[in-house]
Design a protein around this ligand. Structure first.
Ligand code: PLP
Length: 289
């Protein structure tokens, strides 16, 4: 594939500036991508012409913001080939998404001595939430080491799974080496739920959660050229029914009385509070690629 570098550069306003007297060259997309004009314009449009809280008002602007917000859910569902839009839960990024699984799915289910299998390729966001469970609940972390060439054979992951393994938590692509992990082969080889950190892979390779057969798949918007503070996680309906709410607040409840709470249905049940209002710019970019 050949790239028209000048055309791509022209999409990114920041690349028109100079640093140290030279045109800016930015090679740190693994950490965070620069924002193309279409995304910056969508954020500006959202704040300058369409701003209101989503799911909170009966007026025109709130309905418009809600429609745009929910349309992104559909776009992300198609981006990940999810079967159902309500399997997409918005989060502030992959970190919050992975913590959601730790707090809302794993913490209430795992007992002392239960195991989580993870690899030494993981980002801290897919390590520290599991350490919390080790510290607080006596959950055992079982580490799979990559091969000397950096690869992580699925068989090696499957060998680490034992009768007490309750979760396999793996990156789909390493943020350090770029290694692509065959998470589909892992999911096909076990009945244990598989959580995938797709922060890097979702930028570089098509993702099909239906074909992968995994249970959780997290993405983060700022690496996909979207705004910081946007992200999502696909969680199968089956796993969602096993989850308790994570954060409590507005939008995630149907009714509250002095003595009772009735939660909203998923995905709103897992989306407490005012969400990032520019989430839709992620999809603005995807639709232009
Ligand atoms: C593989 C991987 N997982 C998770 C994260 C965390 O993403 P965020 O900081 O957007 O929550 C990153 C970010 O560097 C990453 O590269």
């Amino acid at each position: 594939m050949t790239y028209d570098i000048a055309k791509i550069r022209a999409d990114f306003p920041i690349l028109s500036r100079e640093v140290n007297g030279r045109p800016l060259v930015y090679l740190d997309n693994g950490a965070s991508a620069q924002k193309p004009k279409v995304v910056i314009d969508a954020i500006s449009q959202a704040y300058s012409m369409e701003y209101a809280n989503v799911h909170r008002g009966l007026h025109y602007l709130s309905n418009l913001a809600t429609d745009h917000y929910e349309a992104v859910r559909g776009k992300i569902a198609r981006f990940l080939n999810a079967n159902h839009e309500d399997e997409i839960i918005f989060a502030s990024g992959a970190t919050e998404a992975l913590n959601l699984v730790s707090y809302a799915w794993a913490a209430p289910r795992l007992q002392a001595g239960d195991e989580i299998v993870l690899s030494l390729l993981e980002h801290h966001a897919n390590i520290v939430p599991w350490h919390f469970l080790r510290e607080r609940q006596g959950v055992v972390l079982k580490w799979v080491e990559p091969e000397p060439d950096g690869s992580l054979p699925p068989e090696k992951v499957l060998e680490a799974i034992g009768p007490r393994t309750r979760l396999v938590a793996l990156t789909h692509m390493s943020n350090v080496t770029g290694t692509l992990v065959d998470v589909g082969a892992v999911a096909r080889g076990t009945d244990v739920p598989v959580l995938v950190d797709g922060s890097q892979a979702s930028v570089h390779t098509p993702v099909d959660v239906a074909a992968l057969g995994v249970d959780f798949y997290a993405i983060t918007g700022h690496k996909l050229y979207g705004p910081s503070g946007s992200g999502a996680i696909w969680i199968s309906r089956e796993r969602q029914t096993e989850m308790r709410p994570f954060l409590g607040g507005g939008d995630m409840i149907r009714t509250v009385t002095r003595d009772t709470i009735d939660y909203a249905d998923a995905p709103l049940k897992f989306e407490a509070g005012t969400p990032g209002s520019s989430t839709r710019s992620v999809s603005a970019l995807r639709s232009t690629i």
